[in-house]
Write a protein that binds this ligand. Structure first.
Ligand SMILES: [Zn+2]
Length: 341
């Protein structure tokens, strides 16, 4: 099938599970009710994706409060009680947990969730994990005193988790590395290497998602500083092209990314972001089709996947559902054109 569709990962949560349009929203349930509520939310996320016509589905990240923090909560060596202020991705300050000893995985974190989503759908499943560099960038490190050493420790933990998630039968494991758009020297020196360590030996396809973030104010302000052309991917794509990672997800819709940068990803599957997650405007299928057609100048159809720019967790649910339908319908337009040609 040409140009299958998928999403970056997250979807909004039902209002009975967590406050809508809020990052890090606390759970509204607890105990067994929370466990059941998360599973019901995963079922709804799958329902919405399947009814929209999305081909490679996710759990909508319904079982996690945040794409990085929730994973780190499952680790030893991180103190969530004592917080230190740091600057995340050189963009905004946050009071973050402190690494105060060797980090290790206390128990499998998302493995049961991955098994659950596998049993609830017959479609291909993608499972998302944070990448090592992005994890490092959300913590204050009082133990390793080295971003690189901490990243290698996280990579080993991620690999153990990813192997168990792959064994649950998922088709793609994607690591989210928005930090790759900020720390270019570190990406070159150890970022791609630690990412490959996290993905080492996995029997399923592997992906990395890089982006310009959710539509939150700090990201909108940052984008204003990036100039007329966003060429950040120019530094990372050649490194990823030589890596073992099979798929690369990037932002294309309503962004100033020169699409010809995708030509630097020769040999990789490219997840073309054709849905703007920083806007409540629901794209028309023809908008999505136009983005995909433009990308076809630089990515062969056989290696193209239609995707969202980033996660949709901060959006209203009806907006996210509309965007899912637009994504599937837009990809279908281009698929029909290619098949007719
Ligand atoms: Zn993203």
């Amino acid at each position: 099938m040409l140009i299958p569709t998928t999403i970056a990962g997250s979807l909004p949560k039902p209002a009975w599970l967590a406050e809508p349009k809020t990052l890090w929203a606390p759970w509204k349930l607890d105990g067994d009710a929370l466990a059941q509520g998360k599973q019901d939310a995963v079922r709804l996320a799958l329902f919405d994706q399947e009814h929209a016509g999305i081909d490679i589905v996710t759990d909508g990240e319904q079982t996690r409060r945040h794409f990085v923090t929730t994973f780190i909560e499952g680790l030893d060596g991180v103190d969530f009680a004592s917080r230190q202020r740091v600057r995340i991705r050189n963009r905004y300050d946050a009071d973050v947990p402190v690494v105060n000893g060797p980090v290790s995985r206390r128990h499998p974190i998302y493995v049961d969730d991955a098994r659950f989503v596998r049993t609830e759908t017959t479609r291909r499943v993608k499972y998302t994990l944070p990448g090592p560099m992005t994890m490092v960038d959300t913590l204050f490190d009082a133990h390793y005193r080295s971003r690189e050493k901490l990243a290698w420790a996280f990579a080993e933990i991620l690999n153990a988790e990813a192997r168990e998630i792959a064994a649950a039968g998922v088709d793609v494991i994607q690591f989210d590395e928005p930090a790759f758009n900020v720390y270019f020297d570190e990406v070159r020196d150890w970022g791609v290497a630690t990412l490959e360590r996290a993905a080492q030996g996995l029997p399923c396809a592997t992906a990395v998602h890089i982006c310009y973030g959710y539509g939150i104010q700090a990201n909108i302000d940052w984008k204003q500083t990036l100039g007329a052309e966003w060429r950040q991917y120019e530094r990372t794509f050649p490194l990823l092209a030589q890596s073992q990672i099979k798929q690369v997800s990037l932002e294309c819709a309503n962004s100033r990314v020169p699409l010809d940068l995708m030509a630097l990803l020769a040999g990789k599957d490219v997840l073309v972001g054709a849905i703007d997650v920083a806007s409540d405007r629901v794209e028309a299928p023809e908008d999505v089709a136009a983005t995909l057609r433009a990308a076809l100048a630089f990515v062969p159809a056989a290696r193209m996947v239609a995707c969202t720019n980033c996660g949709m967790v901060p959006l209203a649910r009806d907006v996210a559902r509309g965007k899912l339908r637009a994504l599937a319908a837009g990809a279908a337009i281009v698929r029909r054109e290619l098949e007719a040609a």
